[in-house]
Design a protein around this ligand. Structure first.
Ligand code: ZN
Ligand code: ZN
Ligand code: ZN
Length: 244
């Protein structure tokens, strides 16, 4: 956190150095699909050697999940194509407002703009050879989406999981889920709330994400139940996705 001198912000443990939340799904021998375009996308792509982008899925329109959208210009250039992006109508409305220069149709000298192939989300869909099941969540009062991909689910930025959505994630083996801190928060699960949701979903393994500097990596991991740990930047997991 900018300007903070707490033990976690000063920690030498690389797992305590956290950029904004996002995942990249790489299908063996196939496509790379990014979930959210964070303000840190450029650094994340450089650090983790990202060379290809076949599609973007958006969970919601908060700044920490969309502000890196302009970075897809590099992939437009390398691949010579627009990037298919998937979001609900309300998220597109926010993106069009936030990135008005991308959508206003005004030709600008010299500067390229990201080339986006915009798709809505209204139920399960196929992207880049993979079947995607949107999982409705509540982020405070805001309805947002998690995504289930085969036996893997990514549920970031949630403070409640609707009853019907528990059925949508039934049987997942690997779960990534929001846990901001221990103290109650209006729009994010606490560690205890995340652990309770994990117990109900019962994946083989679960990873907490979107942690604040209240949660140091090593000390928090040490008190989590068996099969639950904190995710960290660069963590790589194997999962089975459903082919489309
Ligand atoms: Zn701090
Ligand atoms: Zn959010
Ligand atoms: Zn967020």
């Amino acid at each position: 956190m900018i300007g903070c001198t707490c033990a976690v912000c000063r920690s030498g443990d690389p797992r305590d150095k956290r950029l904004r939340p996002s995942i990249l799904v790489e299908i063996a021998g196939g496509a790379s699909v990014l979930v959210d375009t964070t303000p840190d996308l450029r650094q994340q792509a450089l650090t983790h050697g990202m060379t290809r982008l076949d599609a973007v899925l958006f969970t919601h329109s908060h700044a920490d999940h969309i502000l890196g959208l302009d970075e897809i210009r590099r992939f437009n250039f390398m691949q010579g194509a627009a990037i298919p992006c998937y979001a609900t109508d309300d998220v597109w409305e926010s993106i069009r407002r936030t990135f008005s220069y991308v959508f206003d149709g005004i030709e600008r000298q010299g500067g390229g703009i990201p080339k986006i192939d915009a798709h809505g989300i209204a139920g399960p869909f196929d992207v880049a050879g993979m079947h995607v099941v949107p999982v409705p969540l509540f982020h405070g009062r805001m309805p947002i989406l998690g995504f289930r991909l085969g036996d893997f689910a990514y549920l970031t930025d949630c403070s409640a999981i609707p009853e019907d959505s528990f059925a949508l994630v039934s049987g997942v083996q690997t779960l990534v889920i929001d846990a901001l801190r221990d103290k109650k928060h209006s729009t994010h699960f606490t560690v205890a709330e995340a652990v309770a949701a994990i117990a109900r979903i019962a994946p083989a393994r679960a990873y907490l994400t979107h942690m604040s500097h209240d949660l140091g990596h090593a000390e928090t991991n040490a008190r989590l139940p068996q099969g639950v740990e904190l995710a960290y930047d660069g963590l790589s997991l194997d999962a089975r996705v459903d082919a489309s």
